[in-house]
Design a binder for this molecule. Structure first.
Ligand code: HAM
Length: 420
C-alpha cells in the first residue's frame, strides 16, 4: 500500500517554497535590523519544560502535546511552541552573564495534536521572536513595531493589531476569583470541559469554541478592569509608545491568550482575509515564565507568527517561484561536451542553469524552458560554437543576440543583476 504523510503534517513542495523562503529571508532581514540574533533550539524537550512553562491546565498541555517515553524512560515532548525552549536555552547557557538583555528569534516547526482544518495543522511552522531581560514598556512597543513592520514588508493588508493587559501575579488572583464567581452562576451553560476549568483555570473559558460557552462569556468580567496600578501604568506606557511609533491598535478586553505564562501586555494580529483561524500572530509578556522553569526572576516578551497562515495571505500576483536564470538548449551531438563545460562553469559561478539531458529537438527544449520559466535560453549550435559564439534569447521580450562564449558568465551575471 502507498505510504502517505500523517494527517495534519504537510509537505511544502518546490512550487510553494519560494513563498516560504521569501518570508524567512525577510524575517531575518527585519529582525536582525532590530538587533535580534538567531537561535536554533531542539525539536524535542523534556515534557516538564512545557507542562511547567505553558501551564498544566492549558489545552496545549492537557490534550495537544506529542509526548512519549524514550528508551531510557524519559518523558519527552515534540515542542508545541518555542518560547519555553528559548527561555531554557538562555538559562542553561547563562546568556545573561554576557548581557542581561537577549533579543532572539527562531524559525521552525512546532507540533500540536489539534483537529486539522483550514489554517490549523499538527505540524506547523512559526517565526518566533523574544526579548529576555527587559521590563520596560518601551520594549513591548519595539517588539510589536518590528512585527507589524515585518508583516507589512511581506505585503500583508487588512490586518488588525489587538492588545490587552492580563495583569500580574498580584492582581490576577482577584480577577480569577471574580471570574469563578461569575461562571459558577452560569455553570449550567458551560460545556463539560469548561465546568472543570471553572476550578482549574477559569481564564481558559474565554478560548472555548462551544456556542453556549461563547454566550456565557459575553458579560464576563474583563481582566483590564482588575489590573493593579503598576500594570495599568505599564499598559498606558505601552499604548503611548505605540502611538509615538504611529501604530494603530484595537483594545480587545476579551483576549486572554491560550498559554498560562502571560502577564501584562498580550497581543494578536488578526487578518480579515482568513476564516475562523484568523490569528496570524500571537504574543505577549511573560514575566513569570523564567521562575516557573528555572527559578530566576527575568522578564520576557515576544510573539510567534504562524507561517502557513501567513503564506496563505501572501499576494497572489507576486512572483515567488524560483526560476532558472538560464536554460541551455543543446543542438547536435558534437556540442554536448562543450555544453557540459559551459553549464558546469555556470553552476560553479552560482548561475542557475538548466538543460535538456535527452537530446530532444530545439522546439521541445524551448517548450521546457518556457515551462520552467527560464528568463534566458542559451542556444548552443555547432556553427556558432566553432566561432566561439552562442545565441542568447531573452524569453521575456523574445530578443535574440549573439554573444561571445568567453564573456558568457559575466553577461549572464550582469543581466541577472539588472533583471532585464
Ligand atoms: P500561539 O498563539 O499558540 O502562541 O501561536 C502563535 C501562532 O502560531 C498563531 O497565531 C497561529 O498563527 C500559529 N498556530 C498556532 N497553532 C497552530 C496550528 N495548529 N496550525 C497552524 N498554525 C498555528 C505561541 O505559540 C506563543 N509561543 C507565542 C509567543 C511567543 N508568546 C510570547 N512569545
Amino acid at each position: 500500500m502507498e505510504i502517505k504523510a500523517i494527517r495534519g503534517f504537510n509537505d511544502i513542495l518546490p512550487d510553494e517554497i519560494g513563498k516560504w523562503q521569501f518570508l524567512e529571508i525577510t524575517a531575518r532581514e527585519v529582525f536582525e535590523g532590530f538587533g535580534f540574533s538567531e537561535i536554533r533550539i531542539p525539536i524535542l524537550e523534556r515534557t516538564e519544560l512545557f507542562s511547567r512553562g505553558i501551564g498544566e491546565a492549558t489545552d496545549i498541555v492537557e490534550k495537544e502535546m506529542y509526548t512519549f517515553t524514550d528508551r531510557s524512560g524519559n518523558s519527552l515532548t515534540l515542542r508545541p511552541e518555542a518560547t519555553a525552549s528559548m527561555a531554557r536555552a538562555y538559562l542553561e547557557h547563562q546568556l545573561y552573564t554576557f548581557d542581561p538583555v537577549a533579543k532572539l528569534y527562531c524559525i521552525g516547526p512546532m507540533f500540536r495534536y489539534e483537529r486539522p482544518q483550514k489554517g490549523r495543522f499538527r505540524q506547523f511552522y512559526q517565526i518566533d521572536a523574544e526579548v529576555f531581560g527587559v521590563e520596560n514598556p518601551m520594549v513591548d512597543a519595539e517588539v510589536i513595531v518590528m512585527l507589524i513592520d515585518f508583516l507589512k514588508r511581506v505585503g500583508l493588508e487588512k490586518l488588525e493589531l489587538q492588545i490587552n493587559s492580563l495583569g500580574c501575579r498580584d492582581c490576577r488572583p482577584r480577577y480569577r476569583e471574580e471570574l469563578k464567581k461569575f461562571f459558577a452562576q452560569k455553570a449550567f451553560q458551560l460545556c463539560e470541559d469548561c465546568r472543570r476549568r471553572l476550578d482549574t483555570n477559569p481564564l481558559r473559558i474565554f478560548d472555548c469554541k462551544v456556542e453556549t460557552c461563547r454566550e456565557a462569556i459575553v458579560d464576563a468580567p474583563k481582566v483590564i478592569h482588575f489590573i493593579c496600578s503598576k500594570c495599568k501604568m505599564h499598559f498606558d506606557q505601552v499604548k503611548g509608545y505605540l502611538e509615538t511609533a504611529g501604530l494603530s491598535y484595537v483594545l480587545n478586553p476579551k483576549m486572554v491568550r491560550g498559554l498560562d505564562y502571560y502577564t501584562r501586555t498580550a497581543f494578536e494580529v488578526v487578518s480579515y482575509q482568513l476564516g475562523s483561524q484568523n490569528a496570524v500572530t500571537g504574543g505577549g509578556r511573560y514575566d513569570n515564565l523564567f521562575q516557573e522553569i528555572g527559578g530566576l526572576d527575568i522578564p520576557g516578551i515576544g510573539f510567534a507568527i504562524g507561517m502557513e497562515r501567513l503564506v496563505s495571505l501572501l499576494p497572489k500576483d507576486k512572483e515567488f517561484i524560483q526560476t532558472p536564470h538560464l536554460f541551455v538548449a543543446i543542438l547536435g551531438e558534437k556540442t554536448i561536451k562543450e555544453a557540459y563545460r559551459i553549464i558546469n562553469q555556470l553552476h560553479l559561478q552560482g548561475i542557475r542553469a538548466e538543460c535538456d539531458y535527452e537530446g530532444k529537438s530545439l522546439k521541445s527544449q524551448m517548450r521546457r524552458a518556457d515551462k520552467l520559466k527560464a528568463q534566458y535560453v542559451l542556444i548552443l549550435g555547432e556553427n556558432e560554437l566553432k566561432r566561439g559564439k552562442a545565441v542568447l534569447r531573452n524569453m521575456g521580450n523574445k530578443v535574440q543576440e549573439e554573444i561571445p562564449i568567453l564573456d558568457l558568465v559575466n553577461i549572464i551575471k550582469e543581466k541577472a543583476r539588472h533583471q532585464e
